[in-house]
Design a protein around this ligand. Structure first.
Ligand code: DC
Length: 229
């Protein structure tokens, strides 16, 4: 059967990864979470004291990019691939609010984007992939057969992210999470290199009032139609 590329972009916490995982499972495709790759680079910068509240040594980070090896390994129990940084599983660490507070600054750097986009293109070269991020339909796979652009109100998104973090026992306040969602959206959509914009041919899905099941059904039909075209 024909394989396609599914590109899912959108603001933070719009549920991209949830539906991307559902689609990948239903279609037998590979799911790639590109946000996890930017998060892993941010974690490396934090672990090596290259970034903190009042300082960010961009030059140094760029000079050590060749030491950052990011990979994914499928976890049978979880049903998706976890992210590894230089051989270590960092799936949990990259999801903390601390990393969320640094990652957009790291994702602004062109050298970081260039390195990661190259790896992403390689991961999807055989199609049969569902990839989510901010620039997948515009930069990584401008020829993707199906492009989705996810949106939801800021409050809905902050509530979702807050719940997720609380469930993981992270000690965060709703206000901090809301502030993080707003500030990341601003940086992600106004940066010079590959800002978050809806591709002209992307289908916009506002899921503020859509159940997970309803959303999945709708997007699966879109994907199946593209596959049988
Ligand atoms: O999807 P996420 O929230 O895990 O992504 C984390 C950050 O990484 C996000 O704020 C912007 C950046 N990012 C990006 O610039 N390009 C991508 N393709 C994916 C993520």
């Amino acid at each position: 059967m024909k394989k396609i590329t599914i590109a899912i972009d959108g603001f933070s916490s719009t549920g991209k990864s949830t539906v991307a995982k559902q689609l990948a499972k239903a279609l037998g495709y590979v799911y790639v979470d590109t946000g996890a790759m930017y998060r892993a680079v941010a974690l490396y910068a934090m672990q090596n004291q290259l970034i903190s509240n009042d300082h960010f040594d961009v030059e140094k980070l760029v000079s050590v990019l060749n030491k950052i090896k990011i990979s994914f390994k499928y976890n049978d129990i979880l049903g998706f691939a976890e992210v590894y940084l230089n051989g270590k599983n960092v799936e949990k660490e990259v999801r903390t609010l601390e990393v969320s507070q640094r990652v957009s600054q790291v994702a602004e750097i062109s050298a970081v984007r260039k390195m990661l986009v190259q790896q992403q293109k390689q991961m999807g070269q055989e199609k049969g992939v569902v990839m989510d991020g901010r620039d997948i339909g515009t930069v990584v796979f401008p020829d993707a057969e199906l492009k989705l652009f996810m949106t939801a109100s800021t409050e809905t998104r902050a509530e979702r992210r807050y719940k997720e973090l609380i469930e993981k026992n992270e000690n965060v306040s709703y206000e901090d999470v809301l502030h993080n969602v707003e500030s990341r959206d601003l940086i992600d959509s106004t940066r010079e290199d590959s800002p978050l914009v809806k591709a002209d041919d992307a289908i916009e899905i506002d899921n503020s009032n859509l159940s997970l099941d309803a959303q999945f059904e709708k997007l699966l039909v879109l994907a199946q139609n593209k596959i049988s075209e």
